[in-house]
Every structure is written in C-alpha cells, then in structure tokens.
Design a protein around this ligand. Structure first.
Ligand SMILES: NC(=O)c1ccc[n+]([C@@H]2O[C@H](COP(=O)([O-])OP(=O)(O)OC[C@H]3O[C@@H](n4cnc5c(N)ncnc54)[C@H](OP(=O)(O)O)[C@@H]3O)[C@@H](O)[C@H]2O)c1
Length: 335
C-alpha cells in the first residue's frame, strides 16, 4: 500500500485512519437492556486494521464505546476506555510503526476543571491519556471542540509546551468554525509559535458544508483534514437498505441522528445503491472514494465495527474508480 505524507509534518500514514469512537458492543450480562464494550472484538478489529496496513489510529479521552448515552455525562467510570483498549491492542507493535491522535476538551470528571482547553486541564489530560495508552507520546493532540473561555494564545502556548516536553509531536483542532480555525493559525504566526497542522471534521456525500469552509482553509494552509463519519455512520455504506439492522448504531443508539438524514435523502441513497449494483462496487467504497478525491490532504477515518466492514472499507485502496464515476456520484448528491 502506498503511504501518504501527512501535510507539512513529513510523517507517513496510510490513506485511511481507523477510529475508536463506537467500539463494538454487546448486551451487558448483568444489566438487562444495557450494552457494554466488547473488548475482545475491539482489539481484533484494531489488529485487523493494523495487519491490513492501516497505521494511523484515532481516539479521544471521552471515547468509551457508546452504550449508555443517557448517563454518559454523569458516569465517569468508563472515561478513556477507548484509549485503554487501543493501547492494549497496539502494545507489542513497534511505536515507530503507528501514528496516534487523541483529543482533549470534553468533560472527563466531576471537578470544575475536568474539561476545557485551559492549561490546567490540558496538562492533566495529556498525562492521563498517555497513561491509558501506555505510550510516551502521541503524534497528534487535538482540541476536540472550541472552548470560549480559554484565550487561543494560551491554548496555543500550552500545545507548544507539550511539543517541547516531547509528550505530543503536533497539534490540531476538531469541530472549530472556519473563523476560529483562521484565528488559531493567525495567533500562532503572530506569536512565532508552532501552529496547528491538522483538523478533524465531518464530511460525507450527505454532509458537505465543511468542504467549502474549514477543509478549504486547511488545504490552503497545507494542513491535514482527518474526515470523520465519511459513511454518514453507515448510511452511505448501505447499512440500512440491505435490511439487516441487527447490532447497528440505529438499533442500539436511541437518538441515532442518521434516521432523519436517511429519510431526507432516501432517493439519492437509492441512486447510489443502484450505481453500486451496476458497477459491482460496494457503496462504502464509492462513498469513501468520493471523500478521498476532495483534496490532497484528506484522510478519512473509518469507524467499521466488524472485520468484514474493515476489509470492505479498506478495499477502496485497491479498487480503481474512474473520474467519470466520481462525477456521477457527485451529481447524485448535488442539490
Ligand atoms: N472529532 C469528532 O468530533 C468526531 C466525531 C465522530 C467521529 N470521529 C472519529 O471518526 C471515526 C469514524 O466516525 P464514524 O464511526 O461516524 O464513521 P463512519 O465510517 O461514517 O461510520 C461507521 C459505521 O458505518 C458502518 N459501516 C462501516 N463500514 C461499513 C460497511 N463496509 N458496510 C456496512 N456498514 C459499514 C458501521 O455501522 P454499524 O456499526 O451500525 O454496523 C460503522 O460503525 C470515529 O471512530 C472517531 O474516531 C470524530
């Protein structure tokens, strides 16, 4: 597999990243109606991705495999579970052979400063993340979301300190508006600091608005765009038109946002399905390829929850799809 350079960092990465937000889960044997993370399958999936050649893994301190979202914000006992599992899965592989991103901002405990981008929290949070990952450094440390209370100059200096201390190699932003992203780039330039080199935002055929805003700004600044939900949480992989909804996000996530997205776009989704049948290429592959052709520095994060899904998504790197087909796909989703 041909590796790609991550923007201006010079670091080589697989063109696909594997994400650990919704780790595979199963019904809890002790609490009827609840679901728990299936650690064994999670580790199997991460290792499968690694064995296929994916060398970039994304996580966050708040990721814990979503299974009880209603109580998520009161129960901190499972904070960092995804980092722990990722660390365990990769333990034993050469640290030089993989790239890690994790994130900070969300609430991870009951104390007033157990969240945010303030220096107090970031210094504490990075140590906890490294401890859970059992790693000496992370390659990319991202602000998970903006924090209106911390001055960008302070947050940027904090990240530069972590670079100097060798705890992180680079930093970036996720879920920031275009003007906030520009502000962070400006601030680092004004202060002579190392600036952010990476963003993480949503992009898929059904949700394209970031393409003309943050992703464009990132491209203009040769920053990497890590793309989340490239398959619109399964909708663009045909998850819900193949009939089988068992153990899907839609089944276990009460407020699955994809429901409305699916209903509003069912005609287009069916057209993509028909094209996929006509070409004999999985919908997931067509959808991922479209994302990958949106720019030079675009890296989709796949969130596959089964081994067959990882294999199918990965096949996007081996299946040839011509420009004419990409244009056809683009036209289906143009309003
Ligand atoms: N920065 C942020 O705020 C943020 C937000 C969201 C995500 N992320 C990152 O981005 C990663 C990916 O996001 P995502 O999980 O929403 O991505 P996604 O690829 O759009 O959705 C993944 C889901 O799609 C389905 N799927 C994947 N491949 C499939 C295939 N070949 N056939 C059928 N179904 C398939 C699976 O659904 P089922 O499990 O239902 O089968 C899977 O769980 C996350 O793990 C996380 O690392 C970051």
């Amino acid at each position: 597999m041909e590796l790609k350079i991550l923007g201006k960092t010079g670091i080589k990465s697989s063109p696909l990243i594997y994400g650990t937000w919704y780790l595979p889960n199963m019904p809890s044997p002790n609490e009827p109606g609840k679901r728990i993370v299936d650690k064994e399958s999670s580790i199997r999936l991460i290792k499968k991705a690694y064995d296929l050649g994916i060398n970039f893994f994304d996580t966050a301190d708040v990721y814990r495999g979503v299974y009880d979202r209603e109580n998520l914000f009161n129960d901190f006992s499972t904070v960092g579970l995804a980092e722990k599992i990722l660390g365990e899965a990769l333990n034993g592989y050469e640290r030089e052979s993989f790239v890690i991103s994790t994130k900070v901002m969300g609430r991870v405990g009951p104390l007033p400063n157990d969240q945010g981008l303030n220096r107090k929290h970031i210094f504490n949070a990075i140590d906890k993340s490294l401890e859970r990952l059992k790693m000496k450094y992370v390659d990319f440390y991202l602000y998970h979301a903006p924090d209106n209370y911390t001055d960008p100059a302070i947050a940027s200096k904090t990240m530069n300190k972590l670079i100097d201390d060798g705890k992180i190699l680079h930093y970036g932003l996720s879920n920031f508006s275009n003007s906030e992203l520009k502000r962070y780039i400006e601030v680092s330039t004004e202060l002579g600091l190392e600036g952010p080199v990476i963003i993480q935002d949503k992009l898929n055929l059904l949700e394209q608005k970031n393409l003309s805003t943050v992703i464009r700004t990132a491209e203009e600044n040769k920053m990497v765009s890590m793309i989340y939900s490239p398959l619109a949480q399964g909708i663009l992989a045909g998850r819900y038109i193949k009939g089988d909804e068992s153990n899907s996000r839609k089944e276990y996530e009460k407020n699955f946002k994809g429901n409305a997205l699916f209903q509003q776009n069912s005609e287009r989704i069916m057209k993509l399905y028909d094209l996929s049948v006509e070409l004999g290429i999985p919908m997931s592959v067509l959808s991922l390829k479209w994302v990958m052709t949106r720019g030079e520095n675009i890296f989709p994060i796949i969130g596959a929850s089964r081994v067959e899904q990882v294999e199918e998504d990965f096949s996007v790197l081996n299946i040839k799809i011509d420009n004419e087909t990409i244009e056809k796909i683009d036209n289906i989703f143009k309003s």
